[in-house]
Design a protein around this ligand. Structure first.
Ligand code: 8Y7
Length: 279
């Protein structure tokens, strides 16, 4: 199977031969002051602008936390959080904006507001999600998860994690094709930390070349995740160095977009990777 580095998303065609950095933008209510909606929009936009200044190639905008035990966010609340941020950033930056959601209605509204990528941790499995993604010309990131965010870390079990994740992603590629989403608009993601123990995450990292054989670019999200805390023994705010190691390993093993909190440091680290893998 020919492996393509071309990813078409909205008006953008990304050449992922150079590893790309996706910066994480969380839009959550401002818990420090009583600033309300305006403040959380402004905070998210200014954070996003900083990530672009640091060299982010893509911004991933999310309004609902996927941490285990996080309170689910309703449709209206999620829309009110993310849409104003997407509208503002669409005017102010020229990088593809990704909407982190599994809700078809949020996908539709976000694409209408200017999002170029739909990043779905549920792999477009919600009823109506495939259709919503197929309607526009957005790119999609299809991720693997075992279980749901509420239950996924309770007792994840695999016979062969790499082959099971690969089989799932192949099945979703076929579902996308059937729904009319062309392969050029899809990137795949093994879903690090989503229903995986440390050993599963490490096996998946080593197995990226195998999953790459599906023929689509891989997106990898390991930034600050607990698997790194397990390895290094550090709290979430002390995982920069471990996260950089994970991004470098991911890119060396064929990952083509890394989703990270720490953009500047990752951009520099991946410049070194790019100089080596594309020499
Ligand atoms: C991932 C993700 C998260 C990931 C993709 C966190 C939204 C958890 N992780 N999306 N989202 N891949 N595609 O710790 O690994 O950032 S949220």
């Amino acid at each position: 199977m020919q492996i393509s580095n071309q990813f078409i998303c909205g008006k953008y065609q990304l050449d992922l031969t150079r590893p790309h950095v996706m910066g994480i933008v969380n839009v959550t209510p401002d818990s420090f002051s009583d600033g309300g909606r305006y403040t959380s929009t402004e905070l998210a936009v200014s954070h996003a602008l900083q990530l672009v200044a640091e060299g982010a190639d893509v911004l991933d905008i999310g309004g609902e936390s996927t941490r285990p035990n996080a309170t689910p966010v309703g449709l209206e609340e999620e829309l009110e959080r993310v849409i104003p941020v997407i509208e503002r950033l669409g005017r102010e930056v020229d990088v593809p904006l990704s909407i982190d959601t599994y809700k078809p209605q949020v996908m539709r509204e976000a694409v209408k507001a200017g999002a170029a990528i739909i990043n779905d941790i549920r792999g477009l499995q919600e009823p109506g999600a495939l259709q919503a993604a197929a309607e526009g010309n957005a790119g999609v990131c299809v991720m693997h998860m075992q279980g749901t965010p509420q239950t996924m870390q309770q007792d994840p079990v695999y016979q062969d994690v790499v082959q099971e994740v690969k089989a799932f992603l192949l099945q979703r590629l076929q579902a996308c094709a059937a729904a009319g989403i062309p392969a050029e608009r899809i990137v795949l993601d093994p879903g690090f930390g989503f229903g995986k123990r440390t050993a599963h995450n490490i096996a998946l990292l080593n197995g990226l070349p195998d999953i790459l054989a599906l023929g689509r670019p891989l997106l990898v999200g390991l930034s600050r995740k607990s698997v790194l805390g397990q390895i290094v023994g550090s709290d979430v705010d002390q995982r920069l160095h471990a996260s950089l190691a994970a991004s470098v390993i991911s890119a060396m093993k064929g990952g083509r977009i890394v989703r990270v909190h720490d953009v500047k440091a990752t951009v520099d680290a991946l410049k070194v990777v790019d100089a080596v893998i594309n020499a």
